[in-house]
Design a protein around this ligand. Structure first.
Ligand SMILES: *Cc1c(COP(=O)(O)O)cnc(C)c1O
Length: 373
């Protein structure tokens, strides 16, 4: 035997179809370069941070870090069950909701099945389908000039795309990276059209930021649609992105299948403690929501005054629709220490995704735009 060892040809068909996650900018290096004069607006993090109650709980959990976490996550599940008015048996916990979105595909689809998701939907869905060896069906987004949800999910087309072998439909509401959303009635219509054998996964990562009257989220529809799976996370409005904890609410039979695949200690003890304590701090969440709504409106207005159009957003970010390739502007911003998310990987090279930052970060963004050539 000769030649260099190369395991790539040993990879399974499913893993051969995947590519490693592109981490984008080297943030530690950029922090070293710009120090405090950086505006990190690329990752949709909650700039107000986690609840002080969550931080205190995590600090005290540190004393017990030599112990394994509770593999059932019983305290967090019970706090969630109470808050959401569901049974603890209808909740599965994940190392971020990302893990659960992947597990759903792994548990319920393989090469015999297809998985439906939207163009410009969250990037994890096609990866989840490919990792499970299932066929991904990408449904074209709504047109850019659509009045309420430009580039958003086309629910009629999504319902029509479901085939006899479809096992999962992934929807994000609101969606990342567009920021767009659909209302409760639109989801109810979709659920009425999709057979019960298809899991409809509604990813509500930005649910807590929503402030429109006709979107309350998918949970109430579960009573009539046991195939509905609702995914949420502590990474966004709860300010715990670094702790990695998310959950799904689903029929107990869906949760039971997920539990077979779940790693026994997938959510660590600090994350469990932080998330449980965060749920008890409604006041902090209210502050976060209020700040986000006001800061987003302010930023959109400031951008509009400069001739920049944003897609409508119910999230803690906006998608800036530049109408021309955004690479040069992105590089200009980066050189000023303003980090935004380029969207070429999504097929939206003429847009930039910009998270709502602290006031000083948003101002740094605007100043850098004003200085753009
Ligand atoms: C951020 C995000 C997630 C959450 O990811 P975590 O793994 O929970 O950090 C899920 N879905 C969408 C659409 C997101 O933007």
């Amino acid at each position: 035997m000769s030649g260099a060892f190369d395991a790539t040809r040993l990879a399974t068909t499913a893993s051969a179809a995947l590519r490693a996650y592109d981490p984008g900018h080297d943030l530690p290096a950029l922090r070293g370069r710009f120090g405090a004069a950086i505006a990190e607006l690329g990752s949709n993090e909650n700039v107000l941070g986690a609840s002080p109650l969550a931080l205190a709980a995590m600090r005290s959990a540190l004393d017990e870090v030599y112990r394994y976490p509770d593999p059932r996550g019983a305290a967090l599940k019970s706090a969630l069950a109470q808050r959401l008015d569901v049974d603890a048996a209808q909740i599965a916990l994940g190392n971020g909701s990302h893990e659960l979105l992947m597990m759903l595909a792994q548990c319920f689809a393989d090469a015999a099945h297809s998985i439906v998701y939207a163009q410009y939907g969250f990037a994890v869905y096609p990866i989840a389908a490919a990792a499970a060896g299932a066929q991904g069906i990408c449904v074209p987004a709504l047109p850019r000039d659509h009045t309420t949800a430009p580039l958003g999910h086309d629910l009629d087309a999504i319902a029509a795309a479901v085939r006899a072998n479809t096992r999962i439909v992934y929807l994000a509401n609101p969606n990342n990276p567009t920021g767009t959303w659909f209302d409760d009635a639109a989801l109810a219509r979709l659920l009425a059209r999709v057979p019960r054998e298809v899991l409809v996964v509604v990813d509500e990562a930005y649910h807590e930021y929503v402030d429109v009257a006709d979107l309350h989220g998918a949970l109430p529809l579960r009573a009539r649609h046991p195939n509905l799976v609702v995914a949420r996370t502590f990474s966004k409005a709860w300010g715990l992105a670094g702790a990695r904890v998310g959950y799904v609410v689903a029929d107990a039979s869906v949760v039971a299948v997920l539990e077979r695949m779940r790693e026994s200690f997938n959510v660590n003890s600090l994350a469990l403690a932080g998330a449980s304590a965060a749920l008890a701090d409604e006041a902090h969440l209210a502050t976060v929501r209020r700040y986000n709504t006001a800061a987003r409106a302010w930023l959109v207005e400031e951008l509009a005054q400069r001739g920049y159009r944003c897609l409508p957003s119910q999230t803690n970010f906006v998608l800036l629709d530049l109408g021309r390739d955004a690479a040069a502007l992105e590089q200009h911003l980066l050189a000023q220490g303003v980090i935004v998310r380029p969207m070429g990987g999504y097929g939206l090279a003429d847009t930039l995704r910009i998270s709502i930052g602290r006031r000083d970060e948003n101002e740094r963004l605007l100043a850098a735009l004003d200085a753009a050539p």
